[in-house]
Design a protein around this ligand. Structure first.
Ligand SMILES: Cc1cc2nc3c(=O)[nH]c(=O)nc-3n(C[C@H](O)[C@H](O)[C@H](O)COP(=O)(O)OP(=O)(O)OC[C@H]3O[C@@H](n4cnc5c(N)ncnc54)[C@H](O)[C@@H]3O)c2cc1C
Length: 278
């Protein structure tokens, strides 16, 4: 059965009876391969409550079925630059026009472009079911390679982004074997804010595609705070800061290459954030 509800209420009540959620289908259909889809499919792409970006006093709410194209073109504060850059890296324009933020998070690929820029924004996910709503920090939502805390009866209805660091600068850099339509070897999102003395006030660094779940680098974040926002800032980054990562050898790159490339990406991203603040 194929259902296309137009309200979240109808979608959650349909899902309570069992079924699979479909949004843009850009992960869903490739994962099926040549198998036909079984059971009830609930297409959430026509639910107005799940679409679009709403700005409130202290947060931004991105509906789960908001596409990457919508995010890329949204007039968002500077601290969201990394997220908008990542939106432009998801496949090509056709994929960005269909693929959604919730689909990217629920698919939970270690190389999902959406995760590192959302981790540096301290994103939370909102999950809706017939029983009500609950919220979880994104860092707790994804628990492994293609594993999340989403219960089978839940729809990821929104991503909530706090608006406490609007003036911070952020950057997203990714490395693949070619420019587009490629699974990343490494990806890095960085966010820096400065204080009146020209020193780093807040630093947040996240790395994807180098562990089963994208990771923040807390030791590096601590080491950056209080340092001058100048050209030398990126030289602080050292191999020991990558301790939370566990890159693998695969056909795209060796683990050693991934570590090396990640150090370079982090240094470049920090440099670009620092330049934007000075
Ligand atoms: C050619 C191609 C290139 C790609 N390139 C990239 C890339 O560069 N970077 C990248 O990160 N990804 C890439 N992708 C993967 C994909 O486009 C993204 O992950 C996209 O964001 C998935 O969103 P979707 O709406 O299409 O999800 P769908 O395919 O509809 O769903 C994906 C999964 O999430 C579940 N789901 C979807 N929405 C919800 C919801 N609201 N609540 C609960 N569960 C939900 C589905 O049940 C399914 O399990 C690519 C895909 C293709 C086909």
């Amino acid at each position: 059965m194929f259902l296309r509800p137009t309200t979240l209420h109808d979608a959650t009540h349909a899902l309570a009876a069992g079924g699979q959620v479909l949004a843009g289908g850009t992960d869903f259909f490739p994962a099926l391969g040549s198998r036909p889809a079984n059971g009830t499919i609930i297409d959430v792409s026509r639910i107005a409550e799940l679409r679009g970006i709403r700005v409130a006093l202290d947060h931004i709410r991105v509906g789960g079925a908001t596409t990457w194209s919508e995010i890329a073109s949204a007039p968002l504060p500077r601290c969201f630059n990394a997220l908008r850059s990542a939106a432009r890296e998801v496949g090509a324009v056709q994929v960005q026009n269909r693929g959604t933020i919730a689909g990217n998070l629920c698919n939970a690929s270690p190389a999902a472009d959406g995760v590192p820029p959302l981790l540096i924004l301290d994103a939370e996910v909102e999950l809706a079911s017939a029983a009500g709503l609950r919220r979880l920090p994104l860092r707790e939502f994804i628990v492994g390679n293609r594993k999340t805390q989403r219960r089978p009866d839940e729809i990821l209805s929104a991503v909530i982004l706090p608006l406490n660091l609007c003036d911070a600068s952020s950057a997203f850099l990714t490395l693949g074997a070619r420019r587009y339509l490629v699974i990343s070897i490494s990806m890095v999102a960085t966010l820096l804010s400065g204080n009146r003395d020209g020193l780093v006030g807040t630093a947040r660094i996240a790395v994807g595609a180098c562990s089963a779940i994208a990771q923040r680098l807390p030791e590096l974040e601590r080491d950056l705070v209080g340092r001058p926002l100048g050209r030398e800032l990126s030289t602080i980054v050292a191999a020991r800061h990558l301790a939370p990562l566990s890159p693998i050898d695969d056909l795209r790159a060796t683990a050693a290459y991934r570590r090396d490339a990640t150090l370079t990406l982090i240094r470049r991203a920090i440099h670009s954030c620092a330049e934007a603040l000075t």
